[in-house]
Design a protein around this ligand. Structure first.
Ligand SMILES: Cc1ncc(COP(=O)(O)O)c(C=O)c1O
Length: 426
């Protein structure tokens, strides 16, 4: 055991990192032993502006010195400013903001809004997706997390994720023609009790293996929703605020959701989330007695954090940077792929990039042991990366999501470490 005090913690995941972090700055962590580690996961995919950005720290300090927490019915300048700033960033008709703390909570609230507005309760999610651990959100957490926790919400349906590299309906290869989507809705129509309420989706399925739906996917999904009077909820926990090289992921697909859920990347590491919807939906829910009072719904401190994150993203042009640095990262990884047959697929958008390791490109057999060994070796050499733990035992895909402020030279450092780790374990 690394530190005796670990025994006081509930182990919420299989293991902890083999070091204790003392401080963080930009894309780097520093351990208590003085080792530097390049953070290719932006913490828990939150720190898009880099760790401890001075503008962010100053905004939090100012907030700590003025007012931190308030009763839910009292408003403050940061809360009002953040609501206004969010509405400025999203397209019409999204102009009503509910502030919350975590991604799961924002999705839960989005589902509650959708249920109250439509008067229905059936919810559709994509396999391999992750939406949080609150009961409603967890029911559509189809990348895992169901076994052992009792029944999920009645009226939950899954449609297959458009995973073109391994087509879920064994129909396409390499590109997705949306057959999985159409077949999925055929199944839903036959199972529904006539209470279809909403579809909840990530623009890119991150925890499920960085799965990038084809360009026309969400327009077609939107049509399926419209045909059935369902709302489209987009969960941009990881993709919102620049990560994909656009302010929001839905912009890439030419759709506007009925409810937008944002979280992780909004707070820059401080718990902050929001469900954003239209005036028409908000007014209807208000009239019907909608309640979502939570302990921190009106707290100025997290709102100040969100405002500072948005300011840094805009001032430092991090959206554009995510696009160009993402292209650079993919180019560097493609160079590696020319030398390693075991790199089966590289996919992603902006600075959310997946790299799938296989035994060989023709069998596409997931190389799980290799992925584990490479991941451990990278950490030893100073690079922290995730293996995405998707269902079906396939733990062979790295998810790379460095801060959007990452430099080309830091990307070179990461690629060199991955190269050395692959060399060592092949
Ligand atoms: C897309 C997505 N939605 C929701 C969540 C849940 O967010 P939180 O852990 O803040 O509840 C996550 C967490 O990984 C996520 O990736």
């Amino acid at each position: 055991m690394l530190d005796e005090r670990q025994r006081f913690l509930v182990r919420y995941a299989p293991d902890f990192a083999p070091f204790i972090v003392a401080r963080a700055s930009g894309a780097w962590l520093e351990t208590t032993e003085g080792r530097r580690v390049l953070d290719f996961t932006s913490g828990q995919i939150c720190s898009t502006i880099g760790h401890n950005h001075p503008h962010f720290v100053a905004a939090l300090t100012r907030s700590l010195e003025s007012v931190i927490h308030l009763n839910a019915w009292m408003l403050s300048e940061p809360v009002l400013d953040l609501a206004e700033a969010l509405v400025r960033l999203v397209p019409a008709p999204l102009d009503r903001v509910l502030l919350l703390n975590t991604g799961g909570e924002a999705n839960e609230a989005a589902l509650r809004i959708a249920k109250m507005h439509t008067g229905r309760f059936e919810v559709v999610g994509l396999t391999r997706s992750w939406h949080g651990l609150q009961a409603g959100a967890a029911s559509v957490n189809l990348a895992g997390g169901h076994a052992g926790y009792g029944p999920m919400m009645p009226g939950t349906f899954a449609i297959p994720a458009p995973y073109a590299y391994r087509c879920p309906v064994r129909h396409c290869s390499g590109t997705c023609d949306c057959s999985c989507l159409d077949a999925g809705f055929e199944l839903i129509d036959q199972q529904s009790v006539g209470a279809l309420c909403a579809v909840i989706v990530e623009p890119i399925l991150s925890a499920g293996g960085v799965i990038v739906p084809p360009p026309h996917y969400f327009r077609r999904l939107g049509q399926h929703c419209a045909d059935r009077g369902m709302l489209l909820i987009m969960d941009e926990a990881q993709t919102g605020f620049g990560r994909l090289g656009t302010m929001f992921g839905f912009e890439l697909y030419g759709v506007v959701p009925d409810i937008l859920s944002v979280s992780k990347t909004l707070g820059g590491g401080i718990p902050l989330a929001a469900a954003i919807t239209s005036a028409a939906i908000e007014e209807d829910c208000y009239r019907k007695g909608f309640v979502q009072v939570t302990s921190h719904v009106a707290d100025p401190l997290p709102a100040a954090a969100g405002l500072a994150v948005i300011e840094v993203i805009e001032r430092e042009h991090l959206v554009e940077q995510a696009r160009s640095r993402g292209e650079y990262l993919v180019r560097r990884l493609q160079e590696l792929a020319q030398r390693y047959e075991q790199i089966g697929d590289i996919r992603g958008q902006g600075l959310l990039v997946g790299l799938e390791l296989v035994e060989d490109r023709s069998s596409k057999q997931p190389a799980e042991a290799l992925a584990e060994a490479v991941c451990d070796e990278c950490l030893c050499q100073g690079l922290s990366m995730n293996i995405v733990r998707a269902v079906g035992g396939m733990r062979n895909c790295f998810r790379m999501a460095p801060p959007l402020s990452i430099t080309e030279s830091e990307i070179d450092t990461a690629v060199t470490i991955i190269d050395r780790a692959l060399q060592k374990h092949l």
